[in-house]
Ligand binder design. Structure first.
Ligand code: ASP
Ligand code: MG
Length: 436
């Protein structure tokens, strides 16, 4: 069985929901995971924020607005057979209205946030039933439990899926909510914004799916940022590690956690465009295809911290002490470079910066620089094959580079540049690495 996940824009209107039934029809039997219709989770998050801030009137108005939008969508989608869906939507919006009147809590907020996916999956299920499919709607709150550490409990997910598959051996389509899950207290929870890709990877891994397909409105992963660089092109093949690097660097297409469960279970992930289903998209798998540079992505709002100390000279244990400070403040380090007397690291979360700096000062002189960008160059870049570094630095000869990380992974070279040089850097890499 294949897992197919459709993002918010792919289910963004009655017409688009119709369209994805064609995609699904051609691939049955399938396990379908849906996001909320585009804009719904944002609206719900705004509404939940209003509730927290005591602005109940604004929240009530948002519910009325959403209800109207859904009323129209349901009529468009289901015509004369809309009764059950209207009834369900009313129940959902009544639930939200009740939540608004209670004293605000994190639990209420999570309940509100889950409503978008509940609505999209219910409507879609109704449409499939109307069209005569044997389709089963499943509740992700039950199907995807998280453990105490907020990680999916894979064994339990496997068992619960199998129970459903055994109940419906002839079903052509199973549908469930992305993003939504249950926590260890059995309450509704979620996997974080953008988390429905992660749901797809978790479910795909748990059922040992043949493939996990992520359907969005872009034609796969692009080799550079199309908002900045002209003539980008889709990358057809990526290894799991390459995709994970790109996701971190902010190639917007995938939630960064998505790759992990699929990679562990060795299930290929295919990124496809709902508007152009015949295009090949990007395939992410364990094996590598092609050599050399494949894609470039950039991540902004990076802070570089340099600790300079002559005590580091020929000493051991120094870097451990430095790292312990970051561990204490639960702040991940992204890039690291060292010399005999200095160590530079980058972080993307400055919440505890002042505490970190204060503690680092006991080891030496500390310098902090903001407004940096990490440019991640991804590909099959085996360090012992000559030429990659020359090609890369040749492309960037006029651009000041603050840090370089090369050789840690055969799939990535990271460069730290000033954010003001980012556009120049991406354009230079595009013309010199991909269009020569
Ligand atoms: N609907 C959720 C969000 O907008 C989850 C998702 O679409 O991935 O964040
Ligand atoms: Mg998404």
């Amino acid at each position: 069985m294949k897992v197919l996940k459709f993002g918010g824009t792919s289910v963004g209107s009655a017409k688009k929901i119709e369209k994805i039934t064609e995609i699904i029809h051609a691939r049955m039997p399938v396990f379908v995971i849906l996001s909320a219709m585009a804009g719904t989770t944002d609206a719900l998050a705004g509404l939940a924020g209003d509730v927290t801030n005591g602005q109940k009137g604004t929240a009530r108005k948002s519910v009325r607005d959403l209800k109207k939008v859904y009323g129209r969508t349901i009529t468009r989608l289901l015509g004369d057979d809309a009764k059950e869906a209207q009834f369900y939507a009313d129940a959902i919006f009544n639930g939200i209205s009740n939540n608004i009147e209670q004293s605000p809590s994190a639990k209420i907020e999570r309940e509100i946030l889950s409503c978008g996916e509940k609505l999209s999956t219910f409507l879609f299920h109704q449409l499939l039933l109307k069209k005569g499919y044997y389709a089963v709607l499943l509740d992700a709150t039950v199907l995807l439990p998280l453990g105490a550490n907020h990680e999916p409990v894979m064994d339990e997910i496997k068992k619960r899926l199998q129970v459903e598959f055994d109940k419906h051996p002839k079903a052509q389509i199973f549908i469930t909510q992305g993003f939504v899950c249950g926590n260890e207290r059995g309450e509704v929870d979620n996997l974080g914004r953008g988390g429905s890709d992660y749901s797809a990877s978790i479910f795909g891994a748990a059922m040992g799916a043949e493939e996990i397909q992520i359907w969005t409105d872009i034609d796969g992963v692009q080799n550079n940022d199309p908002r900045i660089v002209e003539n980008t092109r889709p990358v057809r093949h990526l290894m799991f590690d390459e995709a994970a690097e790109l996701a971190y660097f902010g190639a917007k297409i995938l939630h960064p956690l998505t790759i992990l469960p699929a990679q562990k279970a060795n299930i290929p992930v295919l990124l496809k465009n709902t508007m152009q289903p015949d295009e090949p998209g990007t395939r992410i798998a364990a094996s590598h295809r092609g050599k050399g540079f494949k894609a470039v992505a950039a991540r902004d709002e990076i802070t570089a911290i340099k600790i300079k100390s002559s005590r580091m000279l020929m000493a051991y244990g120094f870097i451990r002490k430095v790292f312990e400070v970051f561990e204490k403040y639960k702040t991940p380090i992204d890039m690291i470079t060292t010399s005999e007397v200095a160590v530079s690291v980058t972080i993307d979360n400055c919440k505890y910066l002042s505490g970190i700096v204060e503690e680092l000062q006991q080891f030496g002189k500390v310098e902090v620089e903001n407004d940096k960008t990490i440019v991640g160059v991804v590909g099959h870049l085996i360090a012992d094959e000559p030429g990659y570094a020359r090609q890369l630095f040749g492309a960037l000869e006029d651009i000041p580079i603050r840090m370089i990380s090369y050789g840690a992974s055969p799939h990535n070279i990271s460069l730290l540049v000033n954010t003001e040089d980012k556009i120049r850097t991406l354009r230079a890499l595009n013309s010199k690495l991909f269009h020569n």
